[in-house]
Design a protein around this ligand. Structure first.
Ligand SMILES: *[C@@H]1O[C@H](CO)[C@@H](O)[C@H](O)[C@H]1NC(C)=O
Ligand SMILES: *[C@@H]1O[C@H](CO)[C@@H](O)[C@H](O)[C@H]1NC(C)=O
Ligand SMILES: *[C@@H]1O[C@H](CO)[C@@H](O)[C@H](O)[C@H]1NC(C)=O
Ligand SMILES: *[C@@H]1O[C@H](CO)[C@@H](O)[C@H](O)[C@H]1NC(C)=O
Ligand SMILES: *[C@@H]1O[C@H](CO)[C@@H](O)[C@H](O)[C@H]1NC(C)=O
Ligand SMILES: *[C@@H]1O[C@H](CO)[C@@H](O)[C@H](O)[C@H]1NC(C)=O
Ligand SMILES: *[C@@H]1O[C@H](CO)[C@@H](O)[C@H](O)[C@H]1NC(C)=O
Ligand SMILES: *[C@@H]1O[C@H](CO)[C@@H](O)[C@H](O)[C@H]1NC(C)=O
Ligand SMILES: *[C@@H]1O[C@H](CO)[C@@H](O)[C@H](O)[C@H]1NC(C)=O
Ligand SMILES: *[C@@H]1O[C@H](CO)[C@@H](O)[C@H](O)[C@H]1NC(C)=O
Ligand SMILES: [Cu+2]
Length: 638
């Protein structure tokens, strides 16, 4: 009777504010799909693929029951770009915002979206599951949206962009995070898809304005997007509406969204190419047959021929999102109350694996989710120690202006995503060539910051360069800040912002739901513990920590060269030359696999040796060849 009454009241309330509740009941599983001529295993939703889109109105509530239907792994779901005001535990990333959902368990994601509209997406935030297909679009309509149907446009549709692999990420990750891949070369995709289709046909009517949501749902590559002989207006980036800006090319990294208005021609006499050209700078090699400039068709009339690839002179003439102006006209935030300055570094640790670091820390998951600890730690929640020494957690005070300075010492671009917020992009420097040293942000020498900086939730920093972000800590919760390239996230390119933990504790709506507590219990997580799983919050005994560093005097590059030279020594240079000609970066892996050499053995024994002797690089190499008779003889036998 009581619950009936409650339900009745809830409905009355919902009607009063004209908001709806959308209930989804989804179970994960495995199936197969053929998206590009090759059938492969994919993660399904209730047995179907692709995953359905979520489409709601601003102010609506989402109640999404996610059941883990796998038989060997945990799962989770993140709603990318959604602020989760007052519902931080619904944000998704496992071991950050929530306990992992164990096998056969159901997690209820229950939240409203009162103040956001536009183009978003959702995806698993457990390992690289979304790259196996566990993702979909999340569209929020708004009757007060600045660009209106019937006025500014006629029709709307979405186009997702992604790379596609033929192998599952379990297998890709195993060889990626391996001693056999010391340079950290990312797996090369087999194709690039638009709307989960290889080079689809997109049928349009003449003289019609389309609102198109371009959403990169991939885990790795960025694209130049352009349409033969058509310009379009950008009206929204990552859910932030902007003043119209006309362009003919966009550069879209993973997790970014651009909403555009495209007016079709009134007198088309042909069909036009829709180009999705991968940023080849991100690929270590371009295998023969990989279609790098995916060419889809804007179909005006199906009796016209399909267009061929549309060539451009330069990739550099895309609209620089730095100059977009949000319609909200939020002024540059004040000078920061707290500045977090991090260097992006890729390097090897003692196990030979190539990791990614912010400063000297590669993110290592805690034993208890950070948010769970923040809720349980009482006054100690403001002490960073309770979140562990290897999770790279920062405690922020309510309403602080926070500045994140990202100094990219790596030679690749990295698209960084902040959960729970949009940030202002206040500075982003030009890329620096490989042959020159990297350039850090200089507090005393930088261009004047914009008056109304562009705001979004995912922005890239250029090669060997830097960017500066600002946001206001007005959203109590625990928010992940990480590179959205899944390979790099798994390499540890992440930090954690524990925002206003005392305010979080005081908010009734932020307390762990009964459902969340039982999901924690199921996977053996005690919700009253710190990062080490200890009830004494300052006792970090047993916390997860990163691998040890490679000993001083032994540079990572030297180490990689050493691993390689060991193989070279046993194989002979002729063989290496043969492999070298194949022009693949992880030649070490292939060689080792072909010859059944266990590189782990090399390294572990080497490590023991170094602990007892204080030896130079030269005699390590000599020592190695002396000490590895067993490996050598097993090679010689073949
Ligand atoms: C979700 O679906 C499952 C299987 O069909 C069913 O057992 C369960 O009751 C449903 N849950 C809700 C909340 O609708
Ligand atoms: C699921 O998560 C729990 C808690 O972190 C962990 O102990 C367990 O190993 C995970 N299960 C799998 C199959 O990865
Ligand atoms: C999950 O449920 C299935 C079907 O009921 C059962 O066979 C399996 O043992 C369960 N697995 C776990 C880990 O609870
Ligand atoms: C979702 O959260 C709202 C607000 O806390 C609550 O009223 C509602 O009962 C929740 N839904 C479910 C199914 O628990
Ligand atoms: C697109 O249309 C052309 C011409 O009708 C057809 O040959 C092609 O197979 C279509 N492509 C796809 C992906 O459906
Ligand atoms: C692309 O897929 C979305 C569903 O995710 C659909 O709404 C849209 O119409 C599709 N676009 C085209 C051009 O097929
Ligand atoms: C891809 O497009 C660029 C720019 O139009 C062009 O220079 C390049 O040759 C194309 N690559 C291939 C393999 O077609
Ligand atoms: C449009 O973008 C260009 C940079 O590509 C910039 O110079 C210009 O100020 C922008 N205009 C508006 C209205 O956003
Ligand atoms: C990183 O450097 C700081 C300051 O030198 C040190 O306290 C900390 O232990 C280091 N962390 C790791 C994981 O090496
Ligand atoms: C710290 O935690 C470890 C591991 O849980 C435990 O064995 C030890 O007794 C604890 N020490 C203190 C002082 O609480
Ligand atoms: Cu990255």
């Amino acid at each position: 009777m009581v619950s009936f009454l409650k339900a009745g009241l809830a409905t009355v309330f919902a009607v009063a504010v004209n908001a709806e509740t959308h209930v989804y009941n989804w179970t994960t599983g495995w199936g197969t799909a053929n998206l590009d001529g090759y059938e492969r295993p994919v993660i399904t939703c209730n047995g179907e693929f692709p995953w359905p889109d979520i489409e709601i109105n601003k102010g609506d509530r989402v109640e999404l029951y996610l059941t883990n239907g796998f038989d060997d792994r945990n799962t989770s779901l993140h709603f990318h770009g959604i602020f989760q005001h007052g519902s931080a535990q619904m944000d998704g990333p496992e071991m950050i915002a929530q306990c992992p959902i164990g096998i056969n368990q159901t997690f209820l994601y229950n939240f409203t979206v009162p103040d956001q509209a536009g183009s978003y997406w959702y995806h698993s935030h457990t390992k690289a599951q979304y790259v196996d297909g566990m993702r979909g679009l999340f569209i929020i309509h708004d009757k007060d949206y600045p660009y209106q149907q019937g006025v500014d446009y006629d029709e709307e549709f979405s186009l997702s962009l992604t790379e596609w692999y033929h192998d599952i990420t379990d297998d890709l990750m195993e060889s990626f995070l391996s001693v056999y891949n010391p340079t950290g070369a990312e797996p090369i995709p087999q194709s690039f898809l638009l709307n989960n289709t290889f080079q689809p046909n997109i049928t349009v009517q003449p003289d019609t304005t389309y609102l198109i949501r371009l959403i990169n749902i991939g885990g790795f590559t960025s694209y130049s997007f352009y349409i033969e002989d058509h310009e379009f207006d950008v009206i929204e980036v990552d859910g932030i509406t902007v003043e119209r800006n006309t362009t003919d090319m966009l550069y879209i990294t993973v997790a970014q969204r651009y909403t555009i208005l495209l007016k079709t021609k009134s007198d088309a006499t042909k069909n036009y190419a829709v180009m999705q050209a991968v940023d080849q700078g991100m690929l270590d090699v371009v295998p023969d047959g990989l279609v790098v400039n995916a060419t889809s068709t804007l179909v005006y009339d199906s009796s016209f021929d399909s267009p061929s690839q549309y060539f451009v002179d330069s990739w550099d003439d895309f609209l620089d999102d730095f100059y977009l102006v949000p319609i909200n006209k939020i002024e540059l935030y004040d000078d920061p109350d707290i500045q977090i300055t991090v260097s992006v570094i890729m390097d090897n640790l003692i196990n030979g694996v190539n990791y990614a670091f912010f400063n000297n820390i590669t993110f290592t998951p805690p034993k208890t989710p950070i948010l769970v600890t923040a809720l349980a730690a009482g006054d100690l929640a403001t002490n960073e120690l309770v979140y562990g020494t290897n999770t790279h957690s920062f405690v922020l005070q309510k309403d602080d202006v926070v500045e994140i300075v990202v100094n990219n010492e790596d030679t690749g671009k990295h698209p960084f995503h902040l959960h729970g917020h949009v940030f202002q992009l206040v500075d982003r420097a030009a890329s620096v060539d490989d042959s020159d040293p990297f350039v850090h942000f200089d507090e005393d020498d930088h261009p004047e910051f914009p008056e109304y900086p562009m705001m979004r939730d995912t922005a890239y920093v250029r090669e060997q360069s830097n960017m500066v972000l600002r946001f206001k800590a007005d959203n109590p919760g625990v928010w992940f800040f990480h590179c959205h390239i899944e390979w790099h996230l798994e390499q540890g390119l992440a930090l954690v912002l524990v925002e206003a933990p005392l305010e979080l504790q005081e908010d009734e709506s932020q307390q762990l739901t009964e459902n969340h507590k039982s999901v924690c219990e199921n996977v053996g997580i005690n919700v009253d513990t710190n990062a080490a799983g200890n009830t004494n919050f300052l006792n970090l005994t047993g916390e997860n920590i990163q691998q040890k560093e490679i000993p001083a005097g032994f540079t990572a590059k030297g180490y990689v060269a050493f691993v390689f030279s060991c193989i070279a020594a046993v194989l002979g240079l002729a063989t290496i030359a043969t492999y070298g000609l194949i022009d693949i970066k992880n030649v070490e892996e292939k060689v080792a696999r072909d010859l059944d050499v266990d590189l782990h053995e090399f390294i572990e024994e080497e490590e023991q040796e170094k602990e007892t002797n204080d030896i130079t690089k030269e005699n390590v190499v000599v020592g190695a060849s002396d000490d590895h008779d067993s490996t050598q003889s097993s090679v010689a036998k073949r």
